[in-house]
Design a protein around this ligand. Structure first.
Ligand code: IMO
Ligand code: MG
Length: 446
């Protein structure tokens, strides 16, 4: 219990925010460990909703600290807006803390993000990456190039001036750079306002571990967007895996107890990149409409498709999932059948079950092989009411069979099922609902 991580098992937008928020009241600290305003975590409370980008959902819970951790890249200007929006709604209840080691996204990083994307799309037909244009890639480039500004620098005017000056010289190739003097003024002001929240967060978390206070690491982005293990180069610039959550928080690996993987009952992807189970046409449109599949950060329509067990098995292994939360099962309710991709047929004629090709162009070319499940009924208000009242007992039989199948195929027990956007649209199936069997060596390699 002390340290639990929630990570996305697909291409992002699996409702990690909803699951984290559902679990948050049982934790003392909720930490975002990577990424920045590219994340969009929608939280619905009754008729009202909010999209969290740079704050963890701990911000919504009294007595919980909401830490934006060291692994993040933070846009301080948009963070202030996020804080103001939450406060205006009366939802800012947690104790917001910003890591002094998190890096700063500047307007010039957003500019550079657009410029890099223009380079990538210069050849006709090249889709680029379809980034969120929030400056994520360039901010991480500067972080690893050791030109970055950190949150702590916003509170040290002298250092800020020197570092900003170096960064502007580094970026002299960019056109339309903002006026450095004006930016310095803006950053020092924002730094003064945020200073009370900017702290060393590792000692807080280590202290929490010592005294047995539970910590939730709220993932953003997802396994298949990991800069190394995702569908490179169609990825983000951080490590949205369980290992990344540890590096991004300063928590040592041996302290990690649980890894909850969040997956939709189908799949979506925003931006470019391989998506073997993508469905075009009417069915794709149906999933998009029923699932409200529009980017919470950019408003772009999400590409939709079926559940991909090859990728889910891979994500489970990579992250070491100890349990799964399967979300948006209501969206598939009432369909004629539910297709699930169980393996790929590669262009070489080989079948692939648990390790996708690491070359994006090859993943693009695989043929997904589907198994079709009998569908479950539509999620009427009556069924939802029963599920809220009776819990797992009220799950329709075909849905239960589907969940058992997913658990058996991934060797990870399904512990939560989410059937709507609200906190209480969540059913707990119990621990180890399906006893998983680990794959043998030959199953992994063959
Ligand atoms: P949450 O936390 C879905 C995608 C972008 C693009 C690629 C790189 O809400 O699940 P970036 O701006 O990070 O350089 O873009 O990654 N992407 C996401 N897709 N959900 C997210 O976050 C995402 N964050 C980045 O669409 O394809
Ligand atoms: Mg999202």
């Amino acid at each position: 219990m002390p340290v639990t991580v929630v990570v996305g098992a697909q291409f992002g937008d699996e409702a990690k925010g909803k699951i984290s928020d559902y679990l948050a009241s049982g934790f003392r600290h909720v930490v975002r460990t990577g990424g920045g305003p590219n994340a969009g975590h929608s939280i619905h409370l009754g008729e009202r909703s909010v999209v969290l980008h740079q704050l963890s959902c701990g911000a919504l819970h009294p007595g919980v600290s909401a830490i934006s951790g060291p692994g993040m890249v933070i846009n301080p200007m948009s963070l202030e807006k996020e804080l103001a929006e939450l406060a205006a709604k009366g939802w800012l209840k947690g104790d917001v803390i910003l890591s002094e080691r998190a890096h700063v996204i500047l307007p010039l990083h957003e500019l550079e993000d657009g410029w890099e994307e223009a380079l990538r799309t210069a050849n006709p037909g090249d889709p680029g990456l379809g980034t969120t244009r929030r400056g994520i890639g360039p901010a991480y480039e500067d972080r690893y190039g050791r030109f970055g500004l950190r949150m702590v620098d916003l509170t040290r005017p002298e250092a800020l001036r020197t570092k900003l000056d170096l960064l502007f010289r580094r970026k002299s190739f960019l056109k339309d750079l903002p006026d450095p003097q004006a930016l310095f003024g803006q950053l020092s002001e924002v730094g003064q306002r945020l200073a009370p929240m900017i702290r060393a967060t590792e000692p807080i978390l280590w202290g929490a571990i010592e005294s047995g206070e539970p910590i939730l690491l709220e993932g953003a982005q997802s396994a298949l967007l990991d800069v190394d293990f995702g569908t490179y180069p169609y990825v983000t610039s951080s490590h949205p895996t369980s290992a990344g959550a540890l590096v991004g928080s300063g928590i040592p690996p041996a302290e990690l107890d649980e890894v909850i993987g969040v997956s939709k009952a189908y799949s979506t992807r925003v931006g470019a990149g391989p998506f073997p189970t993508e469905v075009q046409g009417e069915l794709g449109e149906y999933l998009r409409r029923e699932g409200g599949e529009r980017g919470a950060t950019t408003g772009r329509p999400r590409r939709c498709g079926w559940l991909d067990l090859v990728l889910l098995r891979y994500a489970a292994r990579l992250n070491g999932f100890t349990s799964l939360a399967i979300t948006k099962v209501d969206v598939l309710g009432g369909l004629e059948e539910v297709p699930v991709c169980t393996q790929y047929l590669a262009s070489s004629g080989e079948t692939l079950r648990r390790y996708p090709p690491s070359v994006a162009e090859e993943l693009e070319k695989v043929t997904p092989i589907y198994e079709k499940f009998p569908a479950w009924p539509g999620f009427t208000e009556r069924l939802k009411e029963r599920l809220r009242r009776e819990g797992a007992r009220a799950l329709p039989g075909p849905l239960r069979a589907f969940l058992h199948y997913v658990a058996a195929e991934t060797h990870v027990p399904v512990e939560w099922v989410s059937f709507g956007a609200q906190r209480d649209d969540t059913v707990w199936l119990g621990r180890g609902a399906v006893a998983p069997r680990a794959p043998t060596v030959t199953e992994w390699t063959g």
